[in-house]
Design a protein. Structure first.
Length: 274
């Protein structure tokens, strides 16, 4: 048999490329399975810590002792440090306090593969992203809805931890728009009163408030605004919609509004000091 330089054989290169792809997929699936199993262990560990602290009153001494014992028993694992056990407890409490809402929220997420409904949904879902990502999310998010948004987007885009940190710090969730909540009407009314008191000229008409929301619940909106005295409006929107050409130049920019509000507040404060 004649020796062949396989590196120059197109057929071999094509076969090798496909083989590499299959191996990478297999490695990824194995890594996901390992990570999911780890999250299940962490979930049970966090649950056990909380229950023992509540039932036996062991306090933080439990975490101190548990860290020493687990680290000694599993020296090859780095997840049993005192600091990480506190994070595991925090992570479990973060999701378990809103456990009733989790199934509905998970069902609303896109870009998430099917989960086993007979198992706990949280460790299954968050097991699709690394533990370091989970720590960042529960540390910087205010509620489960926001946290699951970042989990879903991390799965969708394959974010590294650095990218996730940037999105968290830049407030991507808030910039994407949130579901309408009844308290938003009260906040908007407050802002309208502040604008009228500080910025409105005597010849101006009353300010109109427009609350832009994502897929508002019309029934909730109706009851929230039913007795509002100020002119308020709620509209559904998409971020891709631009300001109509005929309105460009007619509406002030955010920077102009902020500068005017600061100027008025400073002017009002100066008059009051006098």
């Amino acid at each position: 048999m004649t020796d062949i330089d396989l590196n120059r054989t197109e057929h071999y290169q094509s076969w090798l490329a496909g083989l590499k792809d299959r191996i990478r997929v297999s490695q990824l699936k194995a890594a996901v399975r390992v990570n999911t199993e780890l999250m299940l262990v962490y979930w049970q560990l966090g649950k056990g810590i909380v229950e023992k602290q509540q039932e036996a009153g062991w306090g933080d001494a439990l975490i101190e002792q548990l860290s020493r014992d687990l680290s000694a028993a599993f020296p090859e694992m780095k997840g049993f440090s005192r600091t990480n056990l506190f994070y595991i407890r925090k992570w479990y409490l973060f999701y378990s306090r809103e456990r009733e809402s989790v199934p509905q929220l998970v069902g609303q997420l896109s870009h998430v593969p099917p989960l086993n409904s007979e198992q706990e949904l949280v460790p299954q879902l968050v097991g699709l992203i690394p533990w370091g990502h989970n720590r960042e999310i529960v540390t910087k998010c205010s509620d489960v809805r926001e946290a699951l948004f970042y989990v879903s987007e991390t799965i969708r885009h394959g974010w590294s931890r650095a990218v996730l940190q940037h999105q968290l710090e830049s407030g991507l969730y808030r910039r994407q728009g949130t579901e309408f909540q009844p308290e938003y009407a009260g906040k908007l009314s407050f802002y309208l009163n502040a604008v009228d008191a500080q910025l409105r000229h005597p010849d101006d008409n009353p300010s109109i408030g427009i609350l832009l929301c994502k897929t508002p619940n019309k029934v909730v909106v109706e009851y929230s605004l039913k007795n509002a005295a100020a002119p308020l409006g709620v509209a559904e929107y998409r971020l891709t919609h631009a300001v109509p050409e005929e309105l460009k130049g007619e509406l002030p920019t955010i920077e102009e509004l902020e500068e005017e509000l600061d100027r008025r507040l400073q002017s009002s404060g100066g008059r009051q000091k006098k």
